[in-house]
Every structure is written in C-alpha cells, then in structure tokens.
Design a protein around this ligand. Structure first.
Ligand SMILES: NC(=O)c1ccc[n+]([C@@H]2O[C@H](COP(=O)([O-])OP(=O)(O)OC[C@H]3O[C@@H](n4cnc5c(N)ncnc54)[C@H](OP(=O)(O)O)[C@@H]3O)[C@@H](O)[C@H]2O)c1
Length: 339
C-alpha cells in the first residue's frame, strides 16, 4: 500500500467540484477530501454529500495537498490563504492567476514542463486554461522545430467565467425562446447568440490587450523557458457552455513538415489528432467537453507566413484546462518523490 494524502479543495464552484470529481475518477491516493469555501453548507459532488467548511487557516492543519479553486484577486482564496496553507505544511496547487508569474512559483503543465517542479517551495500554479490547451498542442512541435512566434484567436466557453456565467447563458437562451427581454449580470453584453471580444481587464503592460490575452503571452514564455517567443492573442467569449477552441498560427525557426507534425501530435501524451477535413472531421467543443485530452485538427501550412502552420485546438477548459491539470501536478509530484 502506497502513501495516502489528506486533501483540501478550496472553492466549490465549477472548478472545485470538478476537482473533487477528477480526484475520485483518477483514484488519487487520498485519505479524505475536505471541501472549503466562503461558508458552511452541504454540496452534492460526484454522487456524494460533502460538508463544505468555511475556509480558515486552521482548516489546513494536517493537509498534504491543498487545491485552490477559489475566486482570484484580493478577496479571493489564494491571496488570503495560499501561502498560509504552505506555512501549515500543505503543497498548494492554485488554479487562479494570482501567483502564476511569481518567480518562486513553478507554472506547470505536467506533459510539458514537470522538471520545473523540482525546486518548488510548496506553492505551484496551474496555468490559465487557454494557455494549457494551446501549449499541449504546441510544446511537442516546439521540441522538434523551435517556436518563434504564435498568433492565437480563442473561442472560449462561458464555463471559463464560472458557474454564474453558465447560468447566464442558460437563462438568456430560455428568455430568447420565450421571446422575453434578455437580462445580463455577468458579461458587459448579451452572450446568447453573440460573441464578445473581451476577457479580463485592460492591461497596462500591453496596451490594448485584455488580461486573458496577456496571460497567454507571459505564461507561454515561462512554461517553455523561452522569453524570446513572440505571442499575440485575441480572446473571445462565445455562447458555448463548455470547451475552449483556439485558432493558432505558429511560426518556427525552420519550415515544419506537416505530415511529421501530425505524427508528432499523434504520439504526444494527452493529445488526440482529429484531422480529416475532407470528411468534415475536426474537433468541436460540444464533442470534446468531458474529455481528458486536448484535440488538434485543421493542421496546414500557413499561406501567408514562412515556416508557419495553422491549426485548430480544442480542450475541456474545466478539466484539462483546470481541475485535471492540477490533479496531474500532484500525481507528478508524488511520482517524482517531491512530497
Ligand atoms: N472555469 C475555468 O475554465 C477555469 C479555468 C482555469 C482556472 N480557473 C480558475 O479557477 C478558479 C475557480 O473558478 P470557478 O470557475 O470554479 O469559479 P466559481 O464557479 O465562481 O467558484 C468560485 C468558488 O470560490 C469560492 N471562494 C471565493 N472566494 C473565496 C474565499 N475568499 N475563500 C474561500 N473560497 C472562496 C466560492 O465560494 P462560495 O461557493 O462559498 O461562494 C466558490 O465556491 C478561479 O480562480 C478561476 O480563475 C477557472
């Protein structure tokens, strides 16, 4: 019998609940899972009833792994409790963006840069969902051809904003069908039958970009250890319940061979090639939602830029883009004897 771990999940929203499901589904070696949020209550998760506790520093006593899936920012869980949980002896794996660029915090996609875990200081960050999905497809190609430049346009599901946004799209669809006035609380515009080119807050560092786009730029460089890679992104919210899609143009140091790229991606861990455009076969978010892997299709030589490819990449933002990646980080740390 191997060692078993005491686990806390902070946040009982879309990602927190998915985290509990993934821990059970992947048979993570836990003794017990404690769910913490802003207030006490009972929640039905993965067919079980969990007594949710209010998050306190003492709540991390005896916890080995604390998966943070609380809201980001000043009043969010990670800023308030993250490093205090580390002081209590827990390994913190944080889903939010608060500490991703902190020099002492490894930012890890296990299939891509698990070596960054080696000198961890107890706090590990999960990258942004769009970055994870993009780099699952690009990192295997980077090893062979070296990436110079990336231009990405995303088509991001409302689940990426959290449970209130899922309710908003659902409500607006019902209001539309009933010919009622569409009401909005979460997004600045109606999301039902619309697309909104705005995710996050306007950046000061990159004028004109929103913060989701900046995350894709900075996180890519940190994960691939390549500060020189040029990245530009336009992140768009679309009326899809779950599953992010990305149209990616990637330029390499030398001309990539399309067939070889297909072979590399077919063999890559956690990646599935779905690429038969002649039969209308390519990944779509409605099919990919719920899957563990990232799906790639529409691979072709870019006709406007030398040494470049275009591709279409789709992944479940709540699973591989958040909860599953975090659990994989913990599994990898156990495998590497880092706890
Ligand atoms: N959704 C995605 O695709 C995605 C992908 C990658 C990363 N993330 C990140 O994952 C995190 C969670 O996202 P989500 O979609 O699950 O959000 P969500 O559905 O809005 O849930 C947020 C959860 O955080 C809890 N919470 C908020 N402030 C807290 C505090 N100070 N202390 C303890 N708990 C607190 C809330 O507790 P109550 O239930 O008690 O209100 C709620 O359960 C965010 O940081 C998000 O950026 C999300």
């Amino acid at each position: 019998m191997g060692r078993k771990f005491n686990v806390a999940v902070v946040g009982a929203g879309l990602v927190g609940k998915k985290m509990v499901e993934v821990l059970i589904e992947r048979e993570f070696p836990f003794n017990k899972i404690k769910v913490l949020a802003t207030r006490e209550r009972e929640e039905h998760i993965a067919g079980r009833i969990f007594k949710v506790e209010k998050t306190t520093v003492e709540g991390f006593n005896g916890i080995d792994f604390a998966f943070f899936a609380g809201t980001e920012g000043e009043k969010g869980a990670s800023q308030e409790f993250g490093w205090k949980a580390v002081e209590k002896g827990a390994i913190v794996i944080d889903n939010g963006g608060d500490f991703r660029m902190h020099p002492d915090v490894p930012l890890v996609i296990p299939e891509v840069n698990s070596h960054h875990l080696k000198n961890h200081k107890g706090f590990i960050a999960n990258p942004n969902c769009s970055t994870i999905i993009m780099l699952m497809a690009l990192a295997p190609l980077h090893k062979r051809y070296r990436i110079k430049r990336i231009i990405a346009s995303t088509y991001q599901a409302v689940s990426g904003t959290g449970s209130k946004a899922v309710e908003e799209l659902d409500r607006q669809v019902h209001q539309y069908v009933k010919k009622e006035q569409l009401t909005k609380d979460v997004y600045p515009h109606t999301i039902c039958f619309n697309v909104i080119p705005h995710i996050g807050n306007l950046s000061e560092q990159f004028p004109g970009y929103y913060s989701e786009e900046v995350k894709m730029i900075l996180e890519t460089r940190k994960i691939l250890d390549c500060p020189e890679i040029l990245v530009s992104a336009t992140c768009v919210r679309v009326p899809v319940f779950n599953g992010h899609s990305e149209a990616i143009t990637v330029q390499f140091d030398s001309q990539p061979d399309v067939d070889e790229c297909r072979k590399i991606l077919s063999a890559a861990e956690g990646v599935k090639l779905v690429d038969q455009p002649e039969n209308a076969v390519y990944p779509c978010p409605i099919d990919v939602s719920g899957s563990d892997d990232v799906f790639v299709g529409r691979i072709r030589k870019n006709s406007a830029m030398e040494n470049a490819l275009d591709m279409w990449v789709v992944g479940d933002n709540i699973k591989k883009g958040a909860a599953q990646n975090a659990v994989q980080i913990a599994e990898t740390m156990i495998r590497m004897n880092l706890i």
